[in-house]
Write a protein that binds this ligand. Structure first.
Ligand SMILES: Cc1cc2nc3c(=O)[nH]c(=O)nc-3n(C[C@H](O)[C@H](O)[C@H](O)COP(=O)(O)OP(=O)(O)OC[C@H]3O[C@@H](n4cnc5c(N)ncnc54)[C@H](O)[C@@H]3O)c2cc1C
Length: 292
């Protein structure tokens, strides 16, 4: 139940949305952007947030565009999980993002929920953040002082906290076009089908012609309050033969790095740490099979 009266705004451009956000901030009134409403509305129903103003992005055109821009894919923040899962461009050039979108919630959530809304809400169990971190994604943000671009490593700051200000709008997420010989996989451990990840692991593996590792990137959610990337081991594995020993080295590194999992109702911290190892093993194995 939404408990307090609120004002609903329908801007038709990003500039208008930013002006409204700035005005609310100046007036000392709490305002929230509305995208798919799949996290904001449950939060309001539970009384966790009670904004005086809702600023809907649903009438801003172009916010759901997906386009190739040289060696990057530019994805509008208003792109739904379903569009990302079904987009031929994304499936071809960044399949891990389609695979990730396809495993979010259920069909209703995927039809309404958006990439930008998932970043804005930043649940530590959300599926996109570890994948965007491993892809070195870039985030275009518009605020009262113009546009800025933030790297994935700098956007997820702390538990449910991003570096977006209250008067800023995330407009676009840019991810690299992956070469066709790159194998990727996103796997998640959930309690029930369609549930949030207890642990989620994304892996992206490029092979040299002799089968050795050209590049490997791994991103994990559930290992800490913010997504974890296995940067320390990624460089040392270059040139190594991709076999069971290789996969076990990545899984062990993930276990060591997952030093700060947040315990939850269905999984103690130690258990989550063990699941990080198991699901990293699965993600890297699947990525290697797809790269071969
Ligand atoms: C039943 C259920 C199951 C779910 N399962 C999963 C799951 O398995 N995995 C998963 O990752 N997620 C899951 N979710 C969350 C889902 O992915 C949401 O769609 C997402 O978290 C929020 O996207 P939204 O477009 O609905 O945003 P909204 O709910 O409209 O907004 C969320 C927050 O982001 C802000 N925001 C929205 N757009 C922008 C923008 N462009 N710039 C800046 N801030 C913005 C809003 O102000 C708000 O604070 C689930 C949700 C439900 C209800």
């Amino acid at each position: 139940m939404i408990r307090a009266p609120l004002q609903f705004h329908r801007p038709h451009s990003i500039d208008e949305a930013v002006r409204l956000l700035s005005q609310c901030a100046q007036d000392g009134e709490d305002a929230k952007l509305l995208a798919g409403g799949q996290s904001l509305l449950p939060s309001m129903n539970l009384g966790l947030v009670a904004p005086a103003h809702i600023i809907s992005l649903n009438h801003v055109t172009g916010l759901d565009a997906i386009r190739r821009d040289d060696d990057m894919l530019a994805i509008g923040a208003g792109t739904t999980h379903r569009s990302l899962a079904e987009s031929e461009v994304v499936q071809t050039y960044c399949p891990i993002l389609s695979e990730t979108a396809a495993c979010i919630g259920d069909v209703q959530v995927r039809n309404r929920g958006t990439l930008g809304g998932s970043i804005g809400h930043f649940d530590p169990a959300a599926d996109y953040p570890p994948v965007l971190v491993l892809l070195d994604a870039a985030f275009r943000i518009v605020g009262p002082n113009g546009e800025r671009t933030v790297a994935a490593k700098d956007i997820f700051v702390d538990y449910m906290t991003t570096s977006l200000s209250a008067d800023e709008v995330l407009t676009e997420i840019r991810v690299p076009v992956l070469s066709p010989d790159t194998g990727t996989a996103y796997v998640k451990f959930t309690r029930v089908e369609g549930g949030f990840a207890i642990v989620g692991v994304g892996a992206c593996l490029g092979l040299n012609s002799d089968g050795t590792c050209r590049s490997i990137r791994v991103g994990i959610c559930g290992a800490a309050p913010v997504p974890v990337r296995l940067t320390a081991i990624e460089d040392t594995l270059k040139g190594k033969t991709v076999d069971d020993t290789f996969i076990e080295a990545v899984a062990d590194a993930a276990y060591e790095t997952a030093h700060d999992p947040v315990a939850e109702l269905h999984a103690a911290a130690d258990y989550k740490r063990e699941m990080v190892r198991v699901f990293t093993r699965r993600a890297v194995k699947t990525a290697s099979e797809r790269a071969a």
